[in-house]
Design a protein around this ligand. Sequence first.
Ligand code: SAM
Ligand code: GLN
Length: 337
Amino acid sequence: MAEQNENKGAGAINNGAAVSGKPVAAAGGQAAGGGRAAAGGQPQEVWTIGRILKWTEGYFKKAGLDSPRLDAEVLLSYVLKKERIFLYVHFDQPMEAAELAAFKDCIKRRVQHQPVAYITGHKEFMGLEFKVTPATLIPRPDTEILVEAVLQRLKAGAEAENSLIADIGTGSGAICLSLLNYLPRLQAVTVDISPEALAVAEENAAGLELSERVEFLQGDMLEPLKAQGERFSGRLSAIVSNPPYIPRGDIAGLEPDVRAFEPMGALDGGEDGLDFYRRLLADGAGLLQADGFLAMEVGIHQAQQLKALAEAMPQWGRCEIIRDLAGIERVVVLWKK
Ligand code: SAM
Ligand code: GLN
């Protein structure tokens, strides 16, 4: 069904190109969203920005996408290389043929559930622009809760901003680069197992002019830090991580956008989803300063399990749990004892 719609849609848009001067409905039929038939000799209609947005919204809705209007606007502003507000001020502007062709390609990809951020190649996070590729998880708004929590705690710390933190499983670098951006004297070391993700994170660091304050290490969780012995042992003010945490059995039930397009190595947290937390809890305290903390994003129902794991370990003291905007326990902060 989606395939059918898509073909119709593609035809409709092609034939509606402003430059062709043909009415939209000539080949697209009703799917074109109100274009009048040429045969009857009615007035011709062109694809203006306003009209194409309306049509795309309806098409995305039919394809079962969650935020059809927003997706249409983000993709169209990407194609036109303009801010979203531009669309509203130029509702009546006709689309060029090349713009229509590029937008049609975006529509095709989106109805196959490719995430908008992989189509545009970037995502906003903490007010900053991050490049993303299919090798990196798309940074989530939930993760901003983790960043805010860490910012607050680092600012409140005696060392102010003059400290070193580690971001484990950095992906696009969203977490640690945001922290560095908002704390101008902070330094960071980041780890990811994926060289492709690290390459994107390095590009993001360069784009945000933060490269001088961040080091990128490829490897397995805390291993690259432990391997450097004295250099990191007992030195870190904080360890921050949004590790893969989806229980393996839940992966098949994820949204198609996530399941089919985001990197599995960024999602799969093992049998119960807690594999990576066990490792962070086992090795983290040794790398932290006396007043250091380990801050982690967690999945639904995992915060209390993590708290219980930490309570059974002598090296962890106070445990703070922070909820997200939906009221779900989303961040766990463990202080070294
Ligand atoms: N920090 C980013 C964010 O919040 O948007 C990405 C988080 S993503 C959920 C988890 C990241 O951990 C992925 O980039 C993945 O490549 C990385 N990862 C998976 N297994 C790892 C391991 N054993 N050691 C280090 N990083 C790992
Ligand atoms: N928040 C992501 C999702 O549910 C999962 C990220 C993770 O495993 N850390 O799509």
